[in-house]
Design a protein around this ligand. Sequence first.
Ligand SMILES: C[S@@+](CC[C@H](N)C(=O)[O-])C[C@H]1O[C@@H](n2cnc3c(N)ncnc32)[C@H](O)[C@@H]1O
Length: 244
Amino acid sequence: MKVPDFLKSYNNNTKNLLKAHDEKKAMSLAVGGDFEAAGLLEYYLLLQQGLKPMDTVVDVGCGSGRLAYQLRDYLSGLYVGIDIVPELFKYAERICNRPDWKFYTAPGLKIPEPDKSADFICFFSVFTHLLHEETFRYLEDASRVIKPSGKIIFSYLEFAIPSHWFIFKNSLSDRNPDKVLNQFISRDAIQSWAEHLNLSVIEISDGDKPHIKFSDQKLVRWDNGMEMKGKGNLGQSVCVLMKK
Ligand SMILES: C[S@@+](CC[C@H](N)C(=O)[O-])C[C@H]1O[C@@H](n2cnc3c(N)ncnc32)[C@H](O)[C@@H]1O
């Protein structure tokens, strides 16, 4: 059986999107679309979890910058964007125009930042594309880099949420051997990983229920026209971890 080459598929996917669309559209589609809506909800989620302007945020699998773009005027502290596709994080770096921030290629399943240096480490829609062993390795290094008061936040797919089924179904019918992996994670796996890494599961939010609060004056508009006011959700479930 052929071993899928995820890196090749990510790079090819980005290149094909850039051939078929203008740059802005391609850079949005490369991370799943909804550049503004998903970025805003990720940003509001961090605020809800206590993000402060001076904080350090490490965004693993930052893609083309959905979160970074929303943080660019708020965050005076350091933002570190790491991804395996240079075209994506270089675009993020350009649109954010924050020379004090860092963007670089993911060096394997490590986060090459100092011990206890980050207030937030995010993996939005990243563990959805990794094997469980890879996710565990990332969480292991995140538990080194996170401050004792910091939070590790990741979004994920799970069979417990009925609206996630269509992703599994689409994956089943896609016979491309180099397709991007869609990985589901169970809550008992999360609990077990947390215990083995000396982390506590602080919060788990169902992906299909609005749990991210924001001002009633603000509107989150998805590419399909759907609007969220005052409260929203990313679709994927969200887990928040802290050091014990
Ligand atoms: C669905 S996109 C999400 C991007 C971003 N987190 C966001 O919410 O807009 C998944 C991203 O993870 C990146 N990625 C996949 N495997 C990775 C890995 N092992 N390390 C770092 N990034 C990875 C992909 O290149 C892609 O940009």
